[in-house]
Write a protein that binds this ligand. Structure first.
Ligand SMILES: [Fe+2]
Length: 270
């Protein structure tokens, strides 16, 4: 029997209830700083530690595998090259001198509503590879920005959840040594595929990890056509001071005022 893996959501003050059904919203933050993309890709491919593949975490020794290695045979290639700029497990939290090479980006990251960062992960989506339905490892809202983005089409889509529970459906079902793809048809309305659109090419945005799962259509560009930053903080259960609730509340309120036309909301099935 295959059990469902459900990850409990973090608890938030009541005033955040109004945002609980939010699936996607561009954030009212400035445009990310422009960087020399050749300098960035040189850093990403030659200096930064890769988080996915047959590569051990340089300090923890943890092996982080990709889809195929986890038994996700039907999923094809892992769609991203995934590197890390910051991880709380490192003794010097900014990795491979990211803060010295890209100080403007570090300054930008500090605009996000966190008191404490736990990680900054960077995804370089491979050309012509689909990212299948999944949830990200955020308890509720995940904060993202495109540092670089040449992709014109709306590639990121959401399939809403059938119910509005405040937990995250995990991407994998893990049973002892075996890993299975999630049985999404049990939890999602797969007939609904809602595409996100963007106010500009390079911007910050947030997505749910509870009210929907998401995927990304393949696009055919150079390997660095889109560079997505994932900015993470600790779960409140790990450190309840990690988020700045006032800053988050203010940011979400401003963002919904400014980008209401782009907002995607979860709606109760009729
Ligand atoms: Fe994702």
């Amino acid at each position: 029997m295959i059990h469902t893996t459900q990850i409990p959501s973090q608890h938030w003050p009541k005033k955040f209830d109004q945002f609980r059904d939010l699936i996607y919203i561009p954030l009212d933050l400035p445009e990310p700083p422009k960087v020399d993309i050749d300098l960035f890709t040189d850093w990403a491919f030659t200096k930064a530690p890769k988080l996915v593949g047959n590569i051990n975490h340089p300090e923890t020794g943890q092996k982080i595998m990709h889809f195929e290695e986890r038994g996700m045979k039907g999923w094809g290639f892992y769609p991203w090259i995934q590197v890390s700029a910051f991880h709380h497990g490192y003794s010097n939290s900014w990795i491979s001198e990211f803060d010295k090479i890209f100080p403007d980006v570090v300054e930008y990251i500090h605009l996000f509503p966190y008191n404490i960062l736990s990680g900054v992960t960077i995804l370089l989506q491979k050309s012509n590879v689909t990212a299948p339905l999944h949830t990200d490892a955020d308890d509720w809202l995940g904060m993202r920005f495109y540092l670089h983005n040449e992709v014109k089409e709306d590639a990121l889509y959401f399939c809403p959840r059938k119910t509005n529970e405040n937990n995250r459906i995990a991407t994998y079902i893990v049973e002892s040594e075996n890993v299975y793809p999630q049985e999404w048809e049990k939890y999602l309305d797969l007939d609904k595929k809602i595409y996100s659109s963007h106010p500009c090419q390079r911007h910050a945005w947030a997505l749910t990890s509870t009210r929907a799962a998401h995927g990304i259509e393949a696009f055919e560009y150079d390997r660095c056509a889109r560079v997505t930053f994932l900015v993470h903080s600790h779960r409140p259960s790990v450190n309840h001071n990690a988020w700045n609730p006032d800053k988050l509340y203010d940011l979400l309120t401003r963002s919904l005022d400014k980008y209401s036309d782009y907002a995607i909301w979860w709606e109760s099935p009729k």
